[in-house]
Design a protein around this ligand. Structure first.
Ligand SMILES: Cc1cc2nc3c(=O)[nH]c(=O)nc-3n(C[C@H](O)[C@H](O)[C@H](O)COP(=O)(O)OP(=O)(O)OC[C@H]3O[C@@H](n4cnc5c(N)ncnc54)[C@H](O)[C@@H]3O)c2cc1C
Length: 490
């Protein structure tokens, strides 16, 4: 059977590899000139930047994915366990290192509040239990209707999952101190979400970053994308780059052709990995859409971002491989990201700096550092070169003041990527960096469906679908649809 896949993000690459291995004739069409999608690479003057993902989390999910091919991650890249896992600067209140050793983190939490270590231990036990349940029962399955969700076993677990409680309320029942709360809440940012509107079930994120640990694939996340690309090609998948899809032609409720400027590709099955909203609004005639334009307008989109890729001719010891700068005004920060009425370029945002050259000598020339500075922004904001530059300087003022170093005089490479680039480069709806947020009503069954509701042979893989945002999740989304397709068609 001829499968045509639109997009080579992790969702497209992994679907291509899984289906090609199972004997499907796979063709993949990509708008841009390289595989990896949001996991793109920018390089200049021997500084190498992963433009998107930089945290390798949930190593068990990667193991599970490569095992489908009788492989291990280490067959493709060396994995390093980062220690410290990450560093946090609390505005005006010093810095802490989060260790790969849990005991050290318990001791650290004891310095924040009475019995802080014991409280963290209890919190992580709960997070681990939820993680195990979700891995066994929730993550690797598809949901077509409410009945799939009403499964008795799931309902029982659901009660335990406390799905209606929000993360911030749940956290407040466990911790009192501001620092402890921020450490267990910041990781919800990986899901493009806010603790105020995300179910407490997602406290599994603390099991993920604190217990399972933070890893680094030598050579960067681009090595991971490249490994899946090579796997797919090794089973015969064909890739065409610089070939944006313009239309998916549908007849008698079946996708028949995928059309680019260069060619028309016949298809027995089509899998869309490109942003779901773009595919529905721009590639498919309206009458075949599963969701209306209004549906998309009403979704809670995950943030966009301003990302600055900065090469400096010095190394900064004050920065770790991953460093977070957390703002005092934590709650207001989430409002400017998620409340459309308050959406604005933020005054004093929390942000993140990634310095892969701390761990990887190939990331920057000797004695120099590769800085990736990411500030989350509300999607859809006005984005001009002047606003970007002003905002970049605001962040640099804060960063330089916090670490007590002049960085701007040491810059040799600088590129800024923001809302308009996400729109233009990835066809991202409202310029979202991460897709669809993980609110209660956008979790599991309530995420856009893996299978078109109207077109029999049209599937979707990637961060818009269940289980959601992040590289491990997109691998799972492909495992889910590949299993279904193999069952139905092979
Ligand atoms: C700045 C940033 C930092 C992140 N950090 C992390 C992190 O540290 N860890 C982590 O796990 N995750 C992280 N993420 C999230 C993670 O990168 C994404 O969830 C994941 O890569 C999404 O993969 P995808 O395949 O769903 O989509 P994408 O990667 O967006 O792939 C979709 C592909 O479709 C292509 N496309 C679009 N329109 C068309 C068309 N018309 N025709 C042909 N092709 C088209 C696009 O060019 C793209 O290649 C980050 C994301 C960003 C943006």
């Amino acid at each position: 059977m001829k499968v045509v896949i639109v997009g080579t993000g992790f969702g497209g690459l992994s679907a291509a590899a899984l289906l090609a291995k199972n004997g499907f004739d796979v063709t993949v069409l990509e708008k841009n000139d390289h595989p990896g999608g949001r996991a793109s690479v920018y390089s200049e003057k021997k500084f190498y930047f992963d433009m998107g993902p930089s945290w390798y989390l949930m190593p068990d999910v990667f193991d599970n994915f490569y095992a489908e091919f009788g492989k291990k991650p280490e067959d493709f890249f060396e994995l390093k366990h980062l220690d410290p896992s990450y560093r946090i600067y609390f505005e005006g209140q010093g810095r802490v290192d989060i260790s790969a050793d849990l005991k050290k983190n318990f001791a650290l939490f004891d310095t924040f509040e009475k019995d802080g270590g014991k409280k963290l231990q209890k919190y992580l036990e709960s997070a681990e239990e939820m993680y195990e349940v979700s891995m066994k029962e929730l993550m690797y399955r598809d949901y077509r209707s409410i009945f799939d969700f009403m499964d008795r076993k799931l309902l029982n677990q659901g009660r335990k999952l406390n799905l209606l409680d929000t993360l911030d309320k749940f956290v407040s029942r466990h911790f009192e101190s501001d620092k402890a709360k921020k450490i267990v809440e910041y990781s919800i940012g990986f899901l493009g979400s806010s603790p105020h509107n995300t179910p407490s079930f997602y406290h599994i994120m603390s099991h993920i970053d604190l217990t399972l640990g933070v890893w680094y694939p030598e050579g960067g996340m681009r090595k991971v994308a490249d490994s899946v690309y090579r796997l797919a090609m090794s089973y015969g998948a064909k890739f065409y780059f610089n070939e944006p899809v313009k239309k998916i032609e549908i007849k008698d409720n079946k996708a028949r052709k995928v059309i680019t400027d260069k060619k028309s590709y016949d298809a027995d099955l089509v899998i869309v990995n490109a942003d779901y909203a773009h595919a529905e609004m721009d590639l498919i005639d309206k009458e075949h859409n599963s969701y209306s334009e209004k549906y998309w307008e009403k979704r809670v989109m995950a943030p966009s971002a301003l990302v600055a890729y900065v090469g400096v001719d010095k190394q900064f010891d004050e920065l770790a491989h991953h460093t977070l700068f957390l703002d005092k005004d934590w709650s207001k920060g989430f409002d400017t990201l998620f409340d459309p009425k308050k959406a604005a370029w933020p005054e004093n945002p929390s942000y993140y700096v990634n310095v892969p050259s701390k761990t990887d000598s190939t990331a920057a020339p000797k004695g120099k550092d590769t800085l990736f500075i990411l500030v989350p922004l509300a999607p859809g904001l006005k984005d001009t070169p002047e606003i970007r530059e002003q905002f970049f300087n605001k962040i640099m003022d804060n960063l330089e003041k916090t670490i007590g170093q002049n960085i701007r005089d040491r810059i040799v490479v600088k590129k800024i990527f923001s809302i308009n680039d996400f729109k233009e480069r990835y066809n991202a709806y409202k310029g979202t960096a991460l897709g669809l947020s993980h609110t209660m009503m956008q979790t599991a069954l309530f995420r856009p469906s893996h299978k078109s509701k109207k077109v029999k042979n049209l599937y979707y893989s990637g961060h818009y679908t269940h289980p959601g945002i992040g590289v491990p999740m997109t691998l799972i989304s492909s495992q889910i649809i590949a299993k279904e397709i193999i069952k139905e068609y092979k």
